[in-house]
Ligand binder design. Sequence first.
Ligand code: CMC
Length: 428
Amino acid sequence: MSETASITLNGSSYELPVITGTENEKAVDISKLRDQSGYITLDPGFKNTGATKSAITFLDGEEGILRYRGYPIEQLAEKSTFLEVAYLVIYGELPSQEALLKFRADINKQTMIHEDMKNFFAGFPSKSHPMGQLSCLVGALSAFYPESLNPNATVEEDNESIINLLAKMPTIVSWIQKKSLGHPVVYPKNNANYVENFLNMIFGEVTGESTFDPVVIDAMHKLLILHVDHEQNCSTSTVRIVGSSNANLYASVSAGINALWGPLHGGANQAVIEMLEAIKADGGDADKYLAKAKDKNDPFRLMGFGHRVYKNFDPRAKIIKKACDDILEKLGVNDPVLDIAKRLEEAALNDQYFVDRKLYPNVDFYSGIIYRALGFNSEMFTVLFALGRLPGWIAQWKEMRANKEPIGRPRQVYVGATERDYTPLSER
Ligand code: CMC
């Protein structure tokens, strides 16, 4: 017999179906509750609300488990490539050799952006934040590909938008970096691999050939893979909810980029390095900043610590911490903020406030130190998060469309004024 839950409201009892996921996750299905009883549920921040059934990412925050399409993040970070993982999350299976070659070739054909888009770069003030530029430029792609606006596009037509966006994002991101430096842009090379091509456009010079240390290429793959998807987080939920109105892929992802920008979400990677720098400038006293983070009258939070879902080590943080040590050693970089980060982590993990609240380092705690060692400035960090998250956003948008999910439209409990009569201005 299938499991049900019952709820008694105002003396009447209602049976609610229980949904069980493939990893035995349980959910009470309340989708008919309002029709039957007139009641809704209230869950600010959606801390306890499943918005969808998804087959993309499994996350167990208590155990610190993260899997894309069933594959453990540790294995993918160690053995796979970013493009292969992108294929996996978007299409559901690891690609055959042939499928991967075709995927790469299809992407390589679309890496150029329309020359007119260069005018956008010219229009941004030189100090504009890269995330603002990125969301604007990704949204603007819809103007150049109006066929993407068709809400009834076929799966094949949607796939063209998917390939187009995957192909153009590295070009856009690297041109944002070039703009910030006042350097001429480097055009994509269509015979290169995705990550190498990106590095070449970011760090290459129009005046010569560039080669990259395999350590750098490997680090870039790892970082991007670790960021690919994280189920229904703030930016991904944004992509799904915007897409649920039948908005096109570019508009949906552009909205996701804006959601990611905030320092409580992807913007934390920039905030972490700025916090570590501030601690260093202030004498490097980790305890002083721990005390600030615990003081309820101080708005300061320990950036890169805590997570809505993980109540254990973020498995991505474990991999990144190790990668950080390896990369700094291999590149011979001695970054003094790494010592501060380690001291802060150790102090926090032994502090009752952090222990009680199960606050552990998250993915953003060490990633900025690696990005910096690779040569990125801190304002680019969240853009790199977005580049890594792109396949996840695409996969979630595609799944939402395939499931024909209804438009996202939460309800509310109204707590404002009850009906009152308008008072003319002269009487107020
Ligand atoms: N420093 C100090 N206290 C914290 C922190 C922190 N970083 N994070 C949570 N707390 C405290 C919070 O004050 C609250 O204490 P109390 O119960 O006494 O009121 C308790 O822990 C629970 O916090 P919450 O804000 O209710 O938890 P949440 O699930 O709503 O927020 C979070 C999760 C990630 C927004 C939060 O932990 C945070 O602000 N962290 C710092 C920003 C950060 O690193 N964000 C990146 C998240 S991982 C990557 C991503 O998702 O993009």
